[in-house]
Structures are given as structure tokens and as C-alpha cells.
Design a protein around this ligand. Structure first.
Ligand code: NAI
Ligand code: PHE
Length: 356
């Protein structure tokens, strides 16, 4: 990791880093923008090679959240928190994990409402219940604790709307009979895979955990090894694991007609979007497709929307994706550039708001 790059090349507002000697965990909170309101973004808990990698990850993810909330029309800005764990979460004892959550809650409290968090990779609603005992600035508690529960269902609904729009844009038409390869069959990916199967797609699945693939394989899905996801021919590639799958090099050869998924930061570098455009591969930017989660959390907990209102807003993701495809095609730019342009114009046009 280029440590110099950690301090440069980020246009965000503030990054805070804390080390906890007792657990060995590092905590990063990156507030990218409060232009539209308090920043929001999940808490990602995983092992990183170095704390600098955690800072870079938090900052990139925070930037994506700014675009995500701006394009979803929410009165919130973008941020992210990352906990660089001393060991994989499954190996931590419950006292260590509890202390990690308590330190994280204290950090959130210091931000005093300018950053609100929720679940992300490595955390879940039960963790939000614990955080909420010591800080208010938490979305996504379990229904038993008075929260709206997991955002995965609404995220999957939005991603599926984007998958269908991408298939049409790529000239493949509706999903029936298309080869749809879903990589990552977790909370979101398993639901997207199920929607695709119901729509008549020829489902292909990949996950590092065999038990996630088994139920789909039993129903006839083709299993794809995880290291062959970007070299296996399909019509639609649907990344629903972690980010960075499509680098410039991968974009040069990936054998699909369209890419649309849930994973944050699907593109591994800035050059990949342009390569996809040049090759005529239709890419639906992740910060548009996966906004169902933040719409669910902010809609239910801040804006007071009913479950039906949230669903209606999530389904609009399909139209937003279509608008982005149209702009990209009219201006002959990548879909990623078109989405960023639209987000920037929303940021510039909207009056700064505050929700608390
Ligand atoms: P999850 O943790 O439930 O599922 C992730 C799945 O990916 C697991 O089944 C895991 O075994 C698998 N996986 C990990 N590495 C893999 C690899 N290299 N290849 C294939 N499979 C691999 O996470 P969840 O909630 O389903 O989220 C998936 C992605 O969507 C994440 O990137 C997350 O940040 C993003 N996202 C999730 C939202 C939500 O509401 N849950 C909202 C917006 C984005
Ligand atoms: N982690 C999810 C995302 O990346 C959901 C989330 C959004 C969690 C906002 C907290 C705050 O969109």
C-alpha cells in the first residue's frame, strides 16, 4: 500500500482513525460529504493487510455513499466506517467483539450525529442493537429491538430492477433463457439469484462457501468456481460479494454482455469503466443499483416511510439506471461517468439539508 496515497487524492471532509490496544482493532470513520445532510454508511468489519488499506477502503466506500444518497434523492451525505479486525470475526471471542462494538459506539458518539452507521459486510442487525445502547446514530436494528431489520431484501429488489434494465440495454431483452451468473450468495445475492431463477433465467452461481451454492445447484443452477467468475461466458454478470472484481485488465476480457450487481465498488480501478464502454459491455454503476439498502434504512428510520413507500422508491432504481444508460449513450461516455455526472448535478442543485 502506498501510504502517501492515503493522505492524498481524496476529496472528502474528514477521516478519523483510532487504535484500541486491548483488542488490537483499528477503527476508521470517513465522512466524505455532509452537503445534503449528515453522512451515512455501513460499518464494515474485516481483516485488512494494513491500517492504511482500511483507510483507503473506508474513503472509497464513503465516496460511493455520497453518490448513492444523492442519486437516491435522500437528505443524507456519504460516509463509511471500517473496523480493521485483529483476526477474522469468527475467531474473536464474544468479550473481544463486545469491546470492539463498545469502542465503535464511543467513536460514533464523538461524531455527534454528523455520521450515522448501519450494517455492512461483517456486521448485522444484532450488532446495531448493541451499538444503539450507547449511541443514537445507528440504523438497521433488528425488529425485536424496534428497528426496520435487514436491508438485504430491498437491496436485492433494487439490484434486480437494475439487472433487468441492463439486460434490455445490452440488447438481450427479458431474463427468460439468459445466462445470469451471480457471484456471492449472501443476504443480497441469494435473493437476486432467486428472483432471476423465478424470471426463467439460466442461473449460474459462485460463492466461496459451498453451502451457499448447494440449494441453487439442487434446483439446477450451474456451479462456477470463484476463480472462474470473470472468465466464464454468461449474458449477465451479477457481482454480489466484495468489490474490486472488474479491474481494467479483467474488463478487457470478461465474456458477458452486461454487469449489474450489489457489491460496493465493483470496478477495481478508474480505467475499467472506459474499457467496458469501449467493448460495448453494459455496466450499471453499483452506487445506483444497490441503493435499496440505504433507502430502506433512511426511509424507515428518518423519513417515516411505510414499507410500501420504501418499496416504491426502491423500484425507481430501474428508471434511474435507464436514465444513466441514456445519458452515457447520448454523450458517448461510460455509464460510470454518466452516473457520477448526475450525482454531482444533484449535489450541486439540492439545498443543503439537515435531518436532525
Ligand atoms: P453477505 O456477507 O451476506 O454475503 C456475501 C457473500 O459473498 C457470502 O455468501 C460470501 O461467502 C460470499 N463471498 C465472499 N467472497 C467471495 C468471493 N471472492 N467470491 C464469491 N463469493 C464470495 O453480504 P450481503 O449483505 O449479501 O452484501 C453483498 C454485497 O453487497 C457487499 O459488497 C455489500 O457491501 C453490498 N451491499 C449490501 C447491502 C445490503 O443491504 N446488505 C446494501 C448495499 C450494498
Ligand atoms: N451497507 C449498505 C450500503 O452500502 C447499507 C447501509 C447504508 C448501511 C447506509 C448503513 C447506512 O449501502
Amino acid at each position: 500500500m502506498d501510504h502517501h496515497a492515503v493522505a492524498k487524492d481524496w476529496a472528502g471532509e474528514l477521516t478519523a482513525v483510532r487504535h484500541d490496544e486491548k483488542t488490537g482493532a483499528h477503527f476508521v470513520i470517513a465522512v466524505h460529504s455532509t452537503r445534503l445532510g449528515p453522512a451515512t454508511g455501513g460499518t464494515r468489519a474485516m481483516v485488512y493487510p494494513d491500517v492504511a488499506d482500511a483507510v483507503v477502503d473506508a474513503r472509497r466506500l464513503a465516496g460511493a455513499m455520497t453518490y448513492k444518497t444523492a442519486l437516491a434523492g435522500l437528505p443524507m451525505g456519504g460516509g463509511k466506517s471500517v473496523i480493521a479486525l485483529p483476526a477474522p470475526r469468527a475467531e474473536l471471542d464474544s468479550a473481544t467483539w463486545r469491546r470492539i462494538l463498545d469502542v465503535h459506539a464511543a467513536n460514533l458518539q464523538l461524531f455527534n450525529g454528523s455520521f450515522w452507521t448501519g450494517p455492512d459486510v461483517g456486521t448485522e442487525s444484532a450488532d446495531m442493537d448493541v451499538l444503539r445502547r450507547s449511541t443514537d446514530y445507528v440504523f438497521g436494528r433488528s425488529p425485536e429491538a424496534g428497528g426496520p431489520g435487514s436491508s438485504a431484501e430491498n437491496t436485492a429488489v433494487g439490484v434486480f430492477a437494475a439487472v433487468r434494465a441492463a439486460a434490455r440495454e445490452a440488447g438481450c431483452g427479458e431474463l427468460a433463457g439468459l445466462r445470469v451468473l451471480v457471484s456471492g450468495l449472501g443476504a443480497v445475492g441469494s435473493r437476486v439469484a432467486e428472483f432471476a431463477r423465478e424470471a426463467g433465467a439460466r442461473l449460474m452461481v459462485a460463492d466461496i462457501a459451498d453451502d451457499r451454492c448447494a440449494p441453487f445447484a439442487e434446483q439446477g443452477a450451474r456451479l462456477v468456481p470463484v476463480d472462474e467468475v470473470t472468465t466464464t461466458e454468461c449474458d449477465l454478470l451479477v457481482p454480489c460479494a466484495t468489490g474490486g472484481l472488474i479491474t481494467e485488465q479483467v474488463a478487457e476480457t470478461v465474456p458477458c454482455a452486461a454487469i449489474a450487481g450489489a457489491a460496493n465498488n465493483i470496478l477495481g480501478d478508474d480505467a475499467a469503466a472506459e474499457v467496458l464502454r469501449r467493448r460495448g459491455i453494459c455496466y450499471a454503476p453499483d452506487f445506483v443499483t444497490n441503493a435499496g439498502g440505504v433507502i430502506h434504512l433512511v426511509g424507515r428510520e428518518i423519513l417515516g416511510w411505510s414499507a410500501d413507500e420504501v418499496l416504491a422508491r426502491v423500484q425507481e432504481i430501474g428508471q434511474t439506471v435507464e436514465t444513466i444508460f441514456k445519458t452515457a449513450s447520448t454523450q458517448d461516455i461510460s455509464t460510470d461517468a454518466a452516473a457520477r455526472q448526475l450525482a454531482e448535478s444533484n449535489l450541486a442543485a439540492a439545498p443543503p439539508g439537515r435531518v436532525s
